[in-house]
Ligand binder design. Sequence first.
Ligand code: UDX
Length: 428
Amino acid sequence: MNIAVIGTGYVGLTTAISFAIRGHDVTCLDVDHAKIEQLKNGILPIYEPQMDDAFRQVQEQHPIRFTSSVQDVAQDHPLYFLCVGTPSDTNGKADLTYVIEAIDTLKERIPVSNDHKAVVLKSTVPIGTASRVAKLLSVREDLIVVSNPEFLREGSALVDSLHPSRIVIGTQSAEAKSLMDEVYANFQAPVLYTTWNNAEMIKYASNAFLATKISFMNELARLCERVGADITMVAQGMGLDSRIGGEFLRAGIGYGGSCFPKDTAALVTVAHDHQVELSIVERAMRVNQSQTEWFLQKLNVDDGDWHGKKIAILGLSFKPDTDDIREAPSLAILKQLTGVGAKLVTYDPVASYHVRRLYPAVTYVSTPYEALDQANVAILVTEWKELVELDWTRVHSIMKSPVLLDGRNVWPVEELRALGFEYTGVGR
Ligand code: UDX
């Protein structure tokens, strides 16, 4: 099928590449000329493992076309997937400016025809957006609005897109349903057809639930420390119950990224607009916001004398396998540690470049061992594989004092204590 993907951010590019891999003819449209030129030259503007190779192969075998001219997608495309950004405004509300702009453009530029075309909302949008968009398009009977939320995770975006846990499609139109059936014919996943509002709610509810699961464990971790229990063992025991499930029970220094913080805030705002209190989600957000502060109490930053000491901060991206630092716990940590008088030295395999612009006074090094050399304490912020599997004998020999703060509960605690490290995790 001929598919136009509008917006070449994370969701847009992943969607485009996975559709091309599944045999569709894809054209990507973006108003950002520089980005389109970069993509035409085969350069992906995002860091995502496996995506580079997949992109290269697609461009050799079944190329995606890139354009910044609406004219190029206005004809012959029965499907328009909207993947533009919906950033939070100052009140936590999702800002729909880019969505509305794209809809206005499509309304004006796609020639009226007898064939139905689907305008598919893949961007994460507040409940009620599809029906709002349908009103904007009410003069165009040939354009049908569909909601089709995306559930991909950064770091495994392409795999998630090619092998989704489920495909949720909000539409009441038979024509749209048959178009969407064809789009997803080569994807093996349960397909749930439902209403616009249900589809939009499923996306927010899923992210809010996962965020709540994490905050539940993070709060429980605080109690585990007081009563002498180990949250990792508690999680293991809980996860064996299939009603609970073993995933997203990892306590740590809190969740970050472009989705959980933004989507929980947006859901709570929608609830307030409808005079409903989502107290559980609000509490989950508050626990997350206080998690790095709670964690750093272990360092005694207020009472301790950190002048002239060195703190190694390992990992800056909000999770491994991405260079994304949006809402990353590392930023909260740097903010709290700036001013305590210590020398902050950080290492991250890919994300330093982005953090440097925000914290130019911090030192950024190119190996974890440079960060650990003569450090008084090391804090694990992001569980990159190379930071989980350090050469501990070497680390012990180069640190000034062998004090480890494991913000992800992934370092081998028994081995480390046997080697003489002073180890502190989260809730253990
Ligand atoms: C999330 C959702 O998983 C995805 O379905 C949605 O489309 C977008 O938001 P993403 O933000 O890319 O994806 O990453 P995810 O792997 O879900 O992790 C989110 C955050 O939660 C990370 O900061 C991670 O470190 C943290 N996390 C995850 C925990 O702290 N504990 C866990 O057990 C799991």
